[in-house]
Ligand binder design. Structure first.
Ligand SMILES: [Zn+2]
Ligand SMILES: [Zn+2]
Length: 306
């Protein structure tokens, strides 16, 4: 006897996350009217230059809901329409400082259109229309912000890279034993990788600067403590820590986490996550605090252009 298909059979009423990508190009400038031009320049560097500069932004919107009888959480053409009407049609090919009132710096409540501030304000504008659970905004492929709807709390990720050699072997074991554990990675003279490193910090968006921390300081900490000492080295011999610790991707990611933790606190943010990609085939991730990004579906990573 053939079973009668029930509603549950096609997923109706079950919860699912869906994501949608939208792109826009826009310009902006970081310059506060209450500061002199030299103060703006020392604070915001080239981002303060007149008349501004532009980015090709990429927005990933993740939504949650129950499947309807058509097998969808939401009709994607309605999602597309809402994103266009409330975000991209208003921002595309515009000078962000002169678009939304939230960026009107002549008002005390106005803030600079930074990536993190923009992500939060897009959330506020889209939330009444779509069941958003997370937003990710790429300013470019090496800088993006995540916002999960928690007041002024936002995440900022910087992607950078270094090239280094390593050998996976435990000194107390024989070559044969090491090759049984680590395979080719235990060969005596080592091999190299172009490591990609994503550092995610979490902090509170400043009401005026729109920033969770000073971007130049954040970049400098990563450069000084990780990139400069690690780049073009043989990790096992050049980095003291790895003389006694096997430099697997996991151990490197953990060591980077330990090196960055306190210095990042000194610029007012918490280290949230370190992701170290050793090759396109393997990566290690360390959550340095509460794993809030666990709520973000893998689909976000899959759909995003990196
Ligand atoms: Zn910019
Ligand atoms: Zn390797």
């Amino acid at each position: 006897m053939t079973a009668t298909p029930s509603k549950a059979w096609h997923g109706q009423g079950r919860t699912c996350l869906i994501s949608r990508r939208a792109c826009f190009s826009a310009s902006h400038r970081y310059s506060l009217p209450e500061l002199s031009s030299s103060e703006n320049s020392s604070r915001f560097g080239e981002c303060s230059l007149s008349p501004g500069h532009g980015h090709n932004y990429e927005l990933i919107i993740t939504m949650a809901g129950k499947l309807d009888q058509d097998g969808m959480v939401l009709n994607l053409s309605e999602v597309k329409h809402a994103i266009k009407a409330y975000v991209t049609n208003q921002l595309n090919f515009r000078y962000l400082n002169e678009t939304w009132p939230e960026f009107d710096l002549s008002k005390p409540e106005g803030c600079l259109p930074t990536t993190e501030a923009l992500t939060r304000i897009i959330w506020r504008r889209l939330k009444p229309h779509l069941p958003i659970v997370s937003l990710r905004l790429f300013e470019h492929s090496n800088l993006w912000s995540d916002y999960l709807g928690n007041s002024m709390d936002a995440f900022l990720t910087i992607r950078t890279h270094f090239a280094a050699a390593h050998r996976l072997a435990r000194p107390e074991l024989s070559q044969k034993e090491n090759e049984e554990i680590y395979g080719k990675c235990a060969r005596p003279h080592g091999h190299g990788h172009n490591y990609l490193i994503d550092v995610t910090v979490r902090g509170s968006i400043d009401k005026r600067t729109g920033m969770i921390c000073d971007l130049t300081s954040l970049q400098k900490i990563i450069d000084d403590l990780i990139i400069e000492p690690f780049d073009h080295t043989f990790l096992n011999k050049d980095i003291a820590f790895f003389e006694t610790c096997v430099p697997t991707a996991e151990n490197i990611a953990l060591h980077i986490t330990d090196l960055l933790n306190s210095p990042l606190k000194s610029i007012g943010v918490n280290l949230h996550k370190v992701r170290l990609q050793e090759s396109p085939n393997n990566a290690a991730e360390v959550y340095a605090e509460v794993p809030q990004l666990e709520t973000m579906p893998k689909a976000i990573e899959a759909i995003a252009t990196h």
